[in-house]
Ligand binder design. Structure first.
Ligand code: DP6
Length: 362
């Protein structure tokens, strides 16, 4: 077990600390999904994702030493310049969880400004990008105050660990191109506690993959991921699901290494539909796909058959369709989206994204 708790990381009370730190961190899209967890944010199966480029969160943390270290510090939170109590409350809870890892948090007051590159109402999960950005800021602060985490690999591993405690999928956003989170027989370096970089273990074709996101419905989803994970606890298919995820992971990793786009696409689609089947077989059961999601799936599958274009879809815990394909098909796929698919998107809205290089400090 990794132990990042460090009671010595307390600031010297005689010196006033004031400063700021800012990171941009991207969202990610999982090919094998994390769905079901146990203990302190540990996954029930391994997951693997593409790191995105255009869907990101920028977070600026300004901090100042408090006069007293007895009570917890104050936090103000702004999303796009607007004070947001709901997000602030989540951050307060997250900071409490991180108390033993970053004891200096109690000694500081914070003003946090966050901005998402995508409209908040777009129905895109923002926890991966926002929580990874926050984790990176906290690790940068530790590094600055105590001279730790100088090695980039140590820094990223800790950032991934901390991000995971706040939101599981956020652990994967720390790394360029692809990341794997969760113990699997397919990789001896894998861990339930943090994600590992996967860029060096995949064929080049996947390093330039596209992910265009068709927004079928904007707005908050009716059942949160948090509730969805919880419902897995009593899902009668859960044991089969975790065995199936492991089997798919072994096949997928081999296909990613070989550059087998067809097999990666097939496993990815099967995984997306499995995720939604698990929702439908939960008690109570629920459906997050919309009629237009199904129309789009059929159109994508027909297009693939007719044109032999390796265009595949995946879904997050929502109705929006992610279209995955190699760079060389970008013109024809984007033409197809504009002529045949946008009419099934809410307000004809879709987002062009692609595999990216991971977070940057600003
Ligand atoms: C369907 O990471 O949002 O997107 O750990 O409770 O914050 P928490 O859950 P979250 O779950 C993401 C689920 C998913 C699949 C995935 O990204 O692997």
């Amino acid at each position: 077990m990794t132990d990042y708790n460090n009671p010595k990381h307390i600031l010297d009370s005689s010196s006033i600390k004031e400063g700021s730190v800012k990171w941009r961190s991207p969202s990610n899209i999982a090919l094998i999904k994390y769905w079901g967890k146990h203990g302190n944010q540990l996954p029930n199966n391994a997951s693997i994702s593409f790191t995105l480029t255009n869907a990101y969160t920028e977070t600026l943390i300004s901090y100042k030493t408090r006069n007293t270290s007895t009570a917890s510090g104050q936090i103000n939170f702004f999303l796009d310049g607007k004070s947001r109590e709901d997000f602030r409350d989540k951050i307060v809870k997250n900071f409490q969880k991180l108390d033993a890892i970053f004891p200096f948090l109690k000694q500081l007051d914070f003003t946090i400004h966050s901005h998402n590159s995508f409209p908040h109402s777009a129905g895109i999960a923002s926890s991966a990008s926002s929580m990874s950005a926050l984790a990176l800021c906290l690790c940068s602060m530790e590094s600055y105050f105590f001279g730790t985490l100088q090695n980039i690999e140590d820094f990223r591993r800790k950032a991934s660990y901390v991000a995971r405690l706040m939101s599981g999928s956020a652990s994967r956003s720390i790394f360029s191109k692809m990341a794997l989170w969760g113990k699997t027989s397919a990789d001896q370096d894998s861990s339930n506690e943090y994600a590992i970089p996967y860029e060096d273990k995949i064929h080049d074709v996947f390093k330039h993959f596209h992910d265009d996101i068709l927004i079928v419905r904007k707005g908050e989803k009716s059942v949160s991921s948090r509730a969805g994970h919880q419902l897995m606890e009593d899902n009668i298919y859960a044991p089969v699901r975790y065995r199936d995820a492991e089997k798919k992971m072994v096949q997928l990793i081999s296909a990613l290494q070989k550059g087998d786009v067809t097999l990666v696409g097939k496993i990815t689609e099967s995984e997306a539909l499995t995720l939604h089947a698990l929702m439908m077989t939960s008690t109570p059961s629920y459906i997050l796909m919309e009629p237009n999601t199904l129309i789009l799936i059929q159109k994508v599958q027909n297009f693939r058959k007719e044109t032999k274009t390796p265009l595949y879809f995946t879904l997050d815990a929502g109705p929006n369709l992610h279209l995955l394909y190699p760079d060389q098909y970008k013109e024809s796929v984007k033409d197809f989206i504009k002529s045949e698919l946008v009419q099934y998107c809410e307000d004809a809205f879709w987002i062009e994204d692609e595999v990216g290089d991971g977070p940057v400090q600003l």
